[in-house]
Design a protein. Structure first.
Length: 175
């Protein structure tokens, strides 16, 4: 299929299934047809494979990726993804060419030593780096960012953090 037509088709299908805020792109992959990136909200198709596909195959590939976008990063090719894929008109089979959606976690934290920790959910309590030291210790506290930006983790998190710091200070004075 020609790439202009494929782009229009992809955009149409994405909009029809509520992905107006997602971006469409072509990429240069040669082994997988499509990709769904949750962190940047991008669905992309391989320009090489798309050029070789029929419109039906392009449709199937786009719907496959749309289903990933709707099912969320943790669904993989499991039952939730399969159900959504069938609902929107894809076969719900693993695709024409195998894909592997990348699943970067939205939450990334670093300890003072630079160890990276990833989470799919908002951290609710302060956490310290288990690679630096087992057990909780404020000296190895993990600093969390959401999509690379500092965010307020809420009053409960803050209160626990302050309590932990105070406990630590007391124990150092005592010891
Ligand atoms: Zn897939
Ligand atoms: Zn560490």
């Amino acid at each position: 299929m020609d790439l202009t037509g494929a782009r229009d088709l992809a955009r149409e299908l994405m909009d029809a299934h509520g992905l107006r805020r997602w971006t469409f792109r072509f990429d240069s992959a040669k082994r997988r047809a499509g990709l769904c990136r949750y962190d940047t909200r991008v669905i992309s198709l391989s320009r090489h494979l798309t050029a070789l596909y029929s419109p039906e195959e392009v449709t199937e590939t786009v719907l496959h990726e749309v289903a990933h976008a709707l099912a969320g990063p943790r669904a993989g090719h499991g039952p939730k993804w399969r159900r959504i894929a069938r609902e929107i008109g894809a076969s719900g089979q693993r695709c024409v060419a195998a894909d592997a959606p990348t699943v970067p976690a939205p939450w990334e934290g670093r300890c003072p030593a630079g160890h990276v920790h990833q989470r799919f959910r908002r951290p609710t309590r302060p956490m310290s780096c288990s690679r630096c030291r087992p057990g909780f210790c404020v000296e190895h506290l993990v600093h969390w960012q959401l999509h690379g930006e500092d965010v307020d983790l809420g009053p409960r998190y803050q209160a626990e953090l302050e309590a932990a710091v105070a406990r630590h200070r007391r124990s150092r004075l005592a010891g």
